[in-house]
Design a protein around this ligand. Sequence first.
Ligand SMILES: Nc1ncnc2c1ncn2[C@@H]1O[C@H](COP(=O)(O)OP(=O)(O)OP(=O)(O)O)[C@@H](O)[C@H]1O
Length: 281
Amino acid sequence: MSAQPLVRVRMQSACQHSKFALQVSNLDLVLDKHQILHNISFDVAEGQFIGLLGPNGAGKSSLLRCLYRFFTLSSGQITLFNKTISSFSHNEYAQQVAVVLQEMPEHFNLSLYDVVAMGITPHKSLFSPLNKADHELIAKSIEQVGLTHKINESFAHLSGGEKQRALIAKAMAQKPRLLIMDEPTSHLDVKYQIQIMELAKAMGITVVASFHDLNLAAAMSDSLLVLQQGELYKSGTPTDVLDAQLLSDVFDVCAEVTQVPCPYRDKTHIPHIRYHFGYQL
Ligand SMILES: Nc1ncnc2c1ncn2[C@@H]1O[C@H](COP(=O)(O)OP(=O)(O)OP(=O)(O)O)[C@@H](O)[C@H]1O
């Protein structure tokens, strides 16, 4: 691995003076005596869309689990809007951070509507009923993911992709300031892979999302973080990060990288990867 010096990375190219949503400092994670993450530091400016990349086992889910407090750091610090994440109460954190995972939670007896309504819970006091604005927000969130026709169906009976879209709608109803997504498009057909990421982007909030589709990550992300063997290997804009050398060194594939116009940013280009096949020959 052509390791780069581990520097404190500031991902704020689009907005030099905005405040940081997230600051990760010298993060180490040790599980069962194994060092899973090592000395990870980066800052994310508010409103940035960050793509988290790396091969299988690189530590993407583990890093995201640290961000959403499923794992406790072995050392280092994470702050959300200048406040260390361990100092938030459970409810305060749920008001700020929504999480969409690739695993499906079991909601056996709930309708799609009920599941999306759960997104509003952190903002309601105990036993306070949903009001008209809440119902409108739930219906609008469901409409935005294209599931209005299934609104009263059992969540358990939805397809994998429909469940994933329902969980995005729940995150939208939650109105978070940070959205964490761990491979949220894994069950989706290609149209919804793009649409879900565009919906997340349109929320206008800070997003940290892991991807295996590098072209989708390049198109959606303001900045990329590349992990390898638990370390931050490279970071920067998609154009800075994704080149043939990195794809060979980190992902062990042979590919050609060209620059194509970016659908989201005028006059900018983003990398487009074309993989070469024939590894078994
Ligand atoms: N609870 C755990 N206990 C021990 N080791 C773990 C635990 N969770 C993850 N690991 C290990 O940490 C490493 C990183 O796993 P992680 O799931 O974070 O990788 P990833 O980049 O998300 O991989 P993938 O792309 O395959 O989902 C792996 O070697 C994994 O076996």
